[in-house]
Ligand binder design. Structure first.
Ligand code: SF4
Length: 402
């Protein structure tokens, strides 16, 4: 059985076709590194160096560490790194990385709260007793605060702080904690810690043994569905722009076929022409519908005032007629309004609430029109409800000969 990883599972969940191209067909692509990924790697490297030196009883000063970061940045920098936000230059990102390291250093210096057990540690996770379903992962830093109390640290350079649900449902570190519990027999407790460096924020969580058992089950189910998958459908989403297979994906093959054509050839390509015309007609249809609705509304208003002026309730055209029917209905005050709350309280006190729970408009109208309640109670109701008149128009055919 293949050894899975959290990123492999996530890839399948995001898009089965991307998974196939990546892990089954092993299609090679030119990997374009974004500045965000580059920054993340440099920050990880610097923090790894900080703790590795500490393991050798060498404590770097903050200046030393910033120097390590800058040297690592320069050594690895290359001009193919993509900066999507073109209002920023590499210097801005380097300064961000320096701030992340500075904040982290100040927050945890002198780094004596725990003992580092391992850095960039490969961890193997057995999901079942037989060891058939396996996963592997790498822990940024594994530490121990006191005997048997372990902590898994993960550095994040995300530009957004995730919601608490993300932390509570995060699969990656929870899976790693299964591996730690198996690998370190003295482990009594494993705390999961995310360092959101951009925000100088530490977020932590733990998982109960029941939650870990549930996680094992759901992960095994996911692996089973990957193993039995035959079709590997595409799942286009906002994440496609970040997909390394964008240019060979069947969802975008037409785009890549036409996008670099000269403008006149592009505009006369059959597919482009059809889509453009289709979009044009759809937009026209939408506008026409809007225009017609506005005109219908105006004519309805004109028919109502014609009927009011002449006293005629049925108006005839050449072969159609419109019947204007007027009705009066009581309406209750708006939900959550002061009047509504007062009315609800009064009805409850008078023992009538059960009969009109939720202040159902039909029930209220029936009660008032058919005098179903005592006069004093109806009088109270009338203080709060409003009588509104409305008109309905019914269009039908007519034939004078029949
Ligand atoms: S471009 Fe989108 S749909 Fe195509 S493989 Fe990538 S993620 Fe899937």
């Amino acid at each position: 059985m293949t050894v899975y990883s959290h990123s492999k599972l996530s890839c399948f969940e995001q898009c089965p076709y991307r998974y196939k191209l990546n892990y089954i067909d092993k299609v090679e692509t030119e990997i374009e590194e974004t500045i965000e990924a580059f920054l993340g790697s440099r920050v990880h490297q610097t923090l790894e160096k900080l703790y590795r030196d500490l393991m050798f009883e060498k404590q770097n000063s903050l200046d030393d560490l910033i120097d390590i970061l800058r040297k690592d940045w320069e050594k690895n920098w290359n001009d193919s790194i993509i900066i999507v936000k073109n209002e920023y230059v590499p210097e801005n990102y380097l300064k961000m990385a320096e701030r992340y390291i500075t904040d982290y250093y100040k927050r945890y210096h002198p780094f004596k709260k725990d003992k580092t057990i391992a850095l960039e540690q490969r961890i193997l996770i057995n999901l079942d007793e037989e060891g058939y379903y396996k996963l592997q992962g790498y822990i940024d830093r594994l530490s121990e605060v006191k005997d048997g109390f372990y902590e898994i640290h993960d550095y994040k350079t995300n530009s957004r702080l995730p919601l608490p649900e993300y932390i509570q449902n995060d699969r990656q570190l929870a899976l790693y904690s299964i591996g730690v519990l198996d690998s370190y027999p003295d482990a009594k407790d494993v705390r999961l810690i995310w360092h959101f460096l951009k925000f100088d924020k530490e977020v932590d969580s733990t998982r109960t043994s029941d939650e870990l058992e549930e996680l094992k089950k759901s992960t095994i189910q996911l692996i089973d569905s990957i193993e039995s998958e035959k079709v590997f459908l595409t799942n286009p989403s906002g994440l496609c722009s970040w997909c390394e297979f964008h240019d060979i994906c069947k969802e975008f093959s037409h785009l890549y076929k036409v996008k670099d054509l000269p403008v006149n050839e592009f505009l006369s390509e059959d597919g482009v022409k059809l889509v453009n015309r289709y979009a044009e007609l759809k937009a026209k249809k939408k506008q026409l519908t809007l225009d017609v609705e506005v005109e219908i509304e105006k004519i309805e208003e004109a028919l109502i005032s014609y009927s009011e002026k002449t006293g005629e309730s049925v108006i005839f055209g050449s072969s159609n007629k419109v019947k204007i029917s007027k009705s009066k209905r009581y309406t209750c005050p708006e939900k959550n309004s002061k009047k509504r709350i007062e009315l609800e309280e009064k009805l409850k006190k008078m023992g009538k609430w059960e009969e009109v729970a939720q202040l159902d408009t039909n029930a209220i109208n029936k009660i008032i029109q058919e005098n179903e309640w005592e006069k004093e109670v109806i009088d109270v109701l009338l203080e709060y409800v409003e009588l509104q008149e409305s008109s309905r128009l019914y269009l039908s055919k007519y034939d004078l000969g029949t």
